[in-house]
Design a protein around this ligand. Sequence first.
Ligand code: ADP
Ligand code: GLC
Length: 494
Amino acid sequence: MSSAPRVLFVTSEIAPWQKTGGLGDISAALPAALASAGADVRILVPAYPALTAAFPEAREIARMAPPAGTLPASRLLAATTATGMPLLLLDCPDFFARLGGPYQSPGRRNWPDNALRFGLLSRVAALLASNDSPLDWRPDILHCNDWPSGLAPAYLHYLYDRRGDAACASVMTIHNLAFQGLFPAQRLVDLGLPEAAFVYDGVEFHGQISFLKAGLQFADRISTVSPTYAQEIQQDELGFGLDGLLRYRSADLRGILNGVEASWNSATDPYLAQRYDARHLAAKVKNRKALAAELGLIEEAAAPLLAIVSRLTEQKGVDLVLAIADQLLDEPPRAQLAVLGNGEAEFETAFRTLAARHPGRVAAVIGFDERLAHRFEAGADIFLMPSRFEPCGLNQMYSLRYGTPPVVRATGGLADTVTDCTAQTLAAGSANGFTFGPPDGASLLAATRRAIDAWHRPKLWRRLQKNGMAADFSWAKAAADYLDVYRAARHRPA
Ligand code: ADP
Ligand code: GLC
């Protein structure tokens, strides 16, 4: 393969237009980094209303007849982002021109036809990677991300490989093993897959169809978003039933840490009250004052402001924060708390209630607000991220870059980016935050108290902040690693 592979990057989210979490960020940043590294990348993404509105000039470049099964006809629209990234918008209004999220209705119910919606995305991805493609541009690499494009390598295998014409290699990236795209077996016919695909070394998973398993089974190479998570998913505890398959494929599996986008830079961030860098950390406090004012918090100079920006789900361990909140707020060493997030109704209500019980000392903003997320990262003193599991995690990296040392559970990408503050790590210059092990309130409380104590020691705190701000989370490094994975994928045995 030449050093400049053609890559079809398939995703169900892309920031800033359609994003429910880190996948959206990565789908914007990684293709751009790959392009900077010389790859010829096109991004295939459903033509959601936010995308058709953002790219009214998008032009039709292909019409695709209904594939086998009950999948409908669709079109491809081509557009280019302001930064020059080519987009292929999969236009199928019945499937994608809906108000709501990519996977759920405005009332937060999974769309009942998700198997077909993302089956179509996967099917078209495989088509574009095959000799039947309606386009002249043919990828060397089909890069799938999470379950919504997981069926694409299976389509390549069952519909094209057998005819020996698929020169395209495939890579499956796991951003979160917990979401597997499980659907009833009856969908097999609708999806246009042969009956023979419904076997344990096919797309079958405990009597259902699993999109993610299909990708893990048939992709030439597998990656996930941190080295530690790559190990963890091969074990029972975090393997979500797929650890056996991942162990079987461990020689083909690699962990590559996500990067941080240039827009997360406290020295240039347009959303901050006051910009700052590692040499001007005193200026950071203006952001705390501004954030407190914006959120209606009273100014308590002797208490650090703890912050959370997160999906409010069990994965993120927000229940642990709720369990110890009163102790953190009331018992010395006291802290204040600001939460930005949305997710499960029970957690949204619990944080609202907590804020109501501690007026001026707790703020809970229930919603998704990109700009406010930036102000949280800059305005907080300490960032909390007690995830039960975390494939990579972006917010702890943002907080490190913003001089807001994080308290995290030592798992997945959190373990790979946060170094616990001890005498040894301080001496070594690597300490940049606080970690804990067991996923329980007492362990989180102990780690957070260590952080609060350290915050009360300004010289020590400055060192932690500077160590974190010096970290290199560059996308260039990640892109080079993906190019390695692409090379390996293309050298698969025939
Ligand atoms: P995940 O993808 O599992 O939710 P990540 O840490 O990888 O976790 O990515 C989360 C992304 O979503 C980050 O860019 C973060 O800033 C953003 N985010 C999460 N919740 C909110 C929110 N309520 N408002 C704004 N941004 C949010
Ligand atoms: C998932 C993971 C998160 C990761 C993101 C991007 O949403 O939960 O840890 O950072 O994908 O890879």
